[in-house]
Design a protein around this ligand. Structure first.
Ligand code: TTP
Ligand code: MG
Ligand code: MG
Length: 391
């Protein structure tokens, strides 16, 4: 833990020094809080079934193809993690108790926590059911201290939902999100102006929001492990390797993030695409590529907890002609298997290809509208992120 971050589980935190506050205001700094529920789905299951409390719990299917959606902190001791195949999780932790997901309940809790956020600010940007950014530069109750507001929110969440949340407080979104993760579970971390750059230096790049597992692998290949390694690169080098995402990385490595908190952005689709170094045409090659894109796009869908009815395949041919083929289901797709079946069927209809392709993409749309808030996100960044994780 860095000195910028102290652990505090008590709502009674003193207001920060008034002089410091005046200084922040004079410098025009924003006050951002990122709130994220602890082991969200698993904690809800433990709350509603006392027999599960204190025990290793995974939410997700336990069958052959099942994947862990959420792991309780007791299960994490054994190395069980979100997105891990259930078979692996059981091997790591034979005592592991699997629970079926109950999205209706998770949505209900999500609505409860958002109502608590709204008591303090209208500037709320949900990233998924269990987390959101709040801009409290001007808060509705005139509390003035973001740290104090974060503690009030955490204690209100505990009171209303019997669940714990962690919060990060800082002067931009990038740092606030890093901070909320710092003292999990049931923790608070404050990164004050002037501490951001130092905080980021020692961090592994995989903890940067927007850098997925593939992005992190690419960085390792380029010799970048930490924020300090990233900060040593100039902007031209970063743009050369990461496109427009390089700009975000350049600033992030210095603790700078200019993105505003954007309320009520409604996501219409989730997807990703891949441009090839050399055009491809062989059916085996094209099929293998589709499988990779399915994995990447499904990861993103799971992250956002999005559900939709329409799968669209996009192909760009060597002559730059673009073909899109879509398939809509009468109901929301239930899981990755259904998504995969739809994507494969779309591709099979196009094989053999009339000419080589230079790009392939896959999108899920007709998203569930009541979940709009959950899918609200930084659309500007998600295009950049898509680029990075597909590179
Ligand atoms: P997270 O906030 O990423 O994780 P978490 O709340 O389980 O644990 P932490 O204490 O580290 O925040 O995700 C919130 C919920 O989203 C999680 O409980 C289950 C779901 N989810 C998936 O379904 N698939 C995934 O790959 C991830 C990461 C999360
Ligand atoms: Mg969480
Ligand atoms: Mg979360």
């Amino acid at each position: 833990m860095t000195s910028a971050c102290r652990r505090s589980n008590h709502p009674a935190v003193a207001n920060p020094d008034a002089a410091e506050r005046d200084e922040d205001e004079a410098r025009g700094l924003r006050k951002i809080i990122h709130v994220d529920m602890d082991a969200f789905f698993a904690s809800v299951e433990q709350r509603d079934n006392p027999e599960l409390r204190g025990r290793p719990v995974a939410v997700g299917g336990s069958s052959g193809r099942g994947v862990v959606a959420a792991a309780s902190y007791e299960a994490r001791v054994f190395g069980v993690r979100s997105a891990m195949p259930s078979v692996t999780a059981k091997r790591k932790c034979p005592e592991l108790i699997f629970c079926k997901s109950r999205f209706d309940v998770y949505r209900e809790v999500s609505e409860q926590i958002r109502a608590i956020f709204r008591e303090h600010t209208p500037h709320i940007e949900p990233l998924s059911l269990d987390e959101a950014y709040l801009d409290v530069t001007e808060d509705l109750q005139g509390i003035g201290s973001a740290t104090r507001i974060a503690e009030i929110i955490r204690s209100r969440i505990r009171e209303e939902t019997q669940l714990t949340a962690s919060a990060g407080v800082s002067y931009n979104k990038f740092l606030a999100k890093l901070a909320s993760d710092q003292n999990k579970p049931d923790g608070l971390c404050v990164i004050r102006p002037g501490q951001g750059a130092a905080f980021v230096q020692s961090l592994p790049v995989r903890r940067f929001h927007g850098v997925g597992p593939r992005g992190a692998e690419k960085m390792t290949r380029l010799g970048i492990e930490t924020g300090a390694d990233l900060a040593a690169k100039d902007i031209a080098w970063l743009r050369g390797h990461f496109g427009s995402f390089g700009d975000y990385l350049y600033r992030a490595a210095r603790g700078i993030d200019l993105r505003p908190v954007r309320a009520n952005r409604i996501r219409k689709s989730i997807g990703g695409e891949r441009t090839f170094h050399e055009d491809i045409a062989r059916p085996d090659q094209v099929r293998a590529t589709l499988e990779e894109i399915i994995d990447i796009v499904w990861d993103r869908i799971a992250q956002k907890q999005a559900r939709g009815r329409t799968v669209t395949l996009k192909l760009k041919f060597a002559d730059f002609r673009i073909a899109t083929r879509a398939r809509s289901m009468p109901r929301l797709l239930a899981d990755k298997r259904e998504f995969t079946v739809a994507a494969r069927a779309l591709l099979e209809d196009e094989l053999p290809l009339p000419m080589p392709i230079r790009l392939m993409g896959l999108t899920l749309s007709s998203l569930e509208q009541e979940d709009a808030g959950a899918q609200a996100a930084e659309e500007r960044r998600s295009a950049e992120q898509a680029q990075l994780s597909l590179l």
